[in-house]
Design a protein around this ligand. Structure first.
Ligand SMILES: Nc1ncnc2c1ncn2[C@@H]1O[C@H](COP(=O)(O)OP(=O)(O)OP(=O)(O)O)[C@@H](O)[C@H]1O
Ligand SMILES: [Mg+2]
Length: 290
């Protein structure tokens, strides 16, 4: 019979690969050992996938359990036959139930999007998108949700119309804005702005619009920056334990931007703030649209 073992091999340049080695004895017709076949297999991806699955289960179960427990708790309390809740208490309880239900809905939608991406990418419904109007609406939605933050919009009056999927782009900017708020618990100003870039002289990049969302929050440590667009990645900080999140927002944003042939990148300074930049290509024919 064969013998199998697994182990990590450190690479000289850092990092490691995981290998599975199988030793199979080769016997002749008299049962004597003639040779040993050694089969070495790189199972790094497989291991990563397994780790991802267990991360997935622990994060999702935590992210699902918390809102469900809150909804149940508040509903049970409000429904107690012996209690006479004053309208204000009842209203507050119902508001929490609604917020938690919203959170569950958002998480379920994110999970569905992630599985769509993994099953072969996002399908975009392309049409003209007025980015300026879209950003104004998104900013307005969030202004009503925070009183600690000032949300400023600084876009040129004639910001171009681009070809894109409006709902998906809305998702990009709502996720960026919700992160900007979530990760600047002290408040501050959140700036949304943008500019138009001509094609690179060597035409390596086409004409494009760049939009940024800048906050004055906690920032992202340099060593985490290469990972933040990965599925389920969350920076380990004290805030991680006190805020909710599955680490899916940036993964989805990245996929949506890529599906638009765009680019996303980030600048961050610990303790000072973070700026996300999204570049989207500009179509020739819509360049001079209002
Ligand atoms: N504006 C920001 N400032 C500081 N850290 C950020 C910012 N945006 C993202 N991060 C870090 O990157 C991580 C990944 O962000 P992402 O939006 O993917 O996940 P999340 O906000 O934790 O959860 P979800 O978006 O799924 O609710 C966050 O957990 C946070 O640590
Ligand atoms: Mg997020």
């Amino acid at each position: 019979q064969s013998l199998r073992c697994e182990g990590d091999i450190l690479r000289p340049g850092g990092g490691h690969i995981t290998v599975a080695v199988t030793y199979t004895p080769l016997l002749d017709q008299h049962g004597r050992l003639v040779n040993i076949i050694v089969n070495v297999m790189d199972i790094t991806r497989f291991r990563e996938e397994e780790e991802m699955k267990s991360t997935f289960i622990s994060i999702i179960s935590h992210e699902l359990k918390t809102p469900v427990a809150l909804v149940k708790g508040y509903a049970q309390t409000l429904a107690r036959p012996d209690a006479q809740w004053d309208p204000e208490t009842a209203r507050q309880g119902l508001q929490i139930i609604e917020e938690e239900a919203d959170r569950l809905e958002a998480l379920i939608n994110n999970l569905l999007d992630v599985s769509r991406i993994q099953a072969g990418g996002l399908r975009l419904e392309l049409a003209d998108v007025n980015l300026r109007r879209l950003l104004e609406r998104v900013a307005q939605d969030y202004r009503t949700q925070t009183d600690k933050h000032t949300i400023e919009l600084d876009l040129p009056e004639a910001f171009p119309i681009i070809l894109g999927d409006e709902e998906r782009l809305r998702q990009v900017f709502t996720n960026l804005l919700s992160n900007a708020i979530k990760y600047s618990p002290q408040g501050g100003t959140i700036r949304i702005g943008g500019w138009v870039e001509g094609p690179a002289p060597d035409s390596s990049t086409p004409a494009r619009v760049v939009i940024y969302v800048a906050d004055e929050g906690i920032g992202i440590p340099e060593e985490d920056l290469p990972h933040i667009f990965e599925r389920f990645y969350r920076v380990d900080s004290s805030l991680r334990r006190s805020t909710t999140g599955a680490g899916l927002g940036l993964f989805l944003i990245h996929a949506i931007v890529e599906a638009h042939q765009g680019e996303i990148w980030v600048h961050s300074e610990l303790g000072k703030g973070t700026t996300f930049f999204v570049a989207l290509p500009l179509q020739e024919e819509s360049e001079d649209a209002p």
